[in-house]
Write a protein of this length. Structure first.
Length: 258
C-alpha cells in the first residue's frame, strides 16, 4: 500500500451508491480518476454508460483493474499520472468525471481542469471527493474564513450543485480526516472576459502572497493608478480576503489589456 498516493479505499457501499446516483450515467461517457480497486467503477458499469475511461497511477492497481475488467469492451484503462495526462484531449462530448482524488494532489487536479483551454468544456458534471478542509476552501463564499485563491478561481468557472460529508469509517484503511463529496458543473455563461485563467491565478497569487497585509503595495505591481481607481469597491487599505471575487476578475481583465 503506497501511502504517497493517499490510498484509502472506499468500502461503504451506501456511499458508493449515493455518489453514483448524483447523475444520470446511462449512455454517457464517463471518466474515473484514481479508481483504486474499482468499487465506484462496478457501480458505474451497472448504470450502462456509453464508455468508461479509467486513469490509475499505481502499477499494481492498474494490473488488478485490467484483470478485473478484461471482459468489458466499454472500459479503457490508462496507467498514468493524472497530472501528466492530457485529460482535455481525451474527454468526449457530454462526459462526466468521477474522482476519489488522492488528497496530496487533489487541488492540483481540480486546477488542471479549471485551466482547460475550451470553456465550457466537454464535461457536463464533475463529482470529486476531497479532504473536508480543502473542500471548504473550494466552495467558500465571500466573505468567510475559507475564502481565498481556490474559491476565487473555482467560482469563476464552476457552480456547486451538491455536497455531502463522508466519514472516515467508510474507508479502509481508515483515514484520520473527514472527506467531502462535491458535485460541480461548469459555468456556461461568461460575465467577465478573462482570456487566460492562468492570469487570474497569477493575480490571486500576487495579492494573497501577503494575506495579512493591505493590498496597497501589491496591487500597484499589477495595475496603473488610473485602472485601480476605475474598479468599484477596490480600496487600497483592504486585505486580499476583503475583495469580492468580481473584483479579482475585473483586475485580471484590466491586467490582460495592458
Amino acid at each position: 500500500m503506497k501511502k504517497s498516493l493517499g490510498q484509502n479505499f472506499l468500502i461503504d457501499f451506501n456511499i458508493v451508491k449515493k455518489i453514483v446516483n448524483l447523475v444520470n450515467i446511462k449512455s454517457k461517457n464517463i471518466i474515473e480518476i484514481g479508481p483504486g480497486k474499482g468499487a465506484l467503477t462496478d457501480e458505474i458499469i451497472k448504470k450502462n454508460p456509453k464508455s468508461l475511461l479509467l486513469i490509475e497511477k499505481d502499477d499494481n492497481l492498474y494490473k488488478e483493474l485490467n484483470i478485473k475488467f478484461s471482459s468489458q469492451k466499454k472500459i479503457k484503462i490508462f496507467n498514468s499520472d493524472i497530472l501528466k495526462f492530457d485529460l482535455e484531449k481525451k474527454i468526449k462530448k457530454n462526459s462526466i468525471i468521477f474522482g476519489n482524488l488522492p488528497y496530496n494532489v487533489s487541488s492540483q487536479i481540480l486546477v488542471k481542469i479549471l485551466r482547460f483551454k475550451k470553456w465550457p468544456p466537454n464535461l457536463t458534471d464533475m463529482i470529486f471527493m476531497f479532504q473536508k478542509e480543502l473542500a471548504e476552501k473550494i466552495i467558500a463564499k465571500y466573505p468567510s474564513s475559507d475564502y481565498g485563491r481556490l474559491s476565487i478561481l473555482s467560482s469563476y468557472r464552476i457552480n456547486i450543485v451538491k455536497k455531502f460529508l463522508v466519514s472516515p469509517n467508510c474507508f479502509f484503511p481508515k483515514p484520520k480526516i473527514n472527506s467531502m463529496i462535491i458535485h460541480l458543473r461548469p459555468k456556461k455563461e461568461k460575465i467577465f472576459k478573462i482570456k487566460e485563467v492562468t492570469n487570474l491565478e497569477k493575480i490571486t497569487n500576487i495579492l494573497f502572497s501577503n494575506k495579512r497585509k493591505m493590498i496597497n503595495k501589491n496591487i500597484k505591481k499589477i495595475l496603473s493608478k488610473k485602472n485601480i481607481e476605475s474598479i468599484d469597491g477596490l480600496k487600497l487599505h483592504l486585505r486580499p480576503a476583503n475583495l469580492k471575487p468580481e473584483i479579482y476578475y475585473k483586475i485580471t481583465e484590466l491586467f490582460e489589456k495592458k
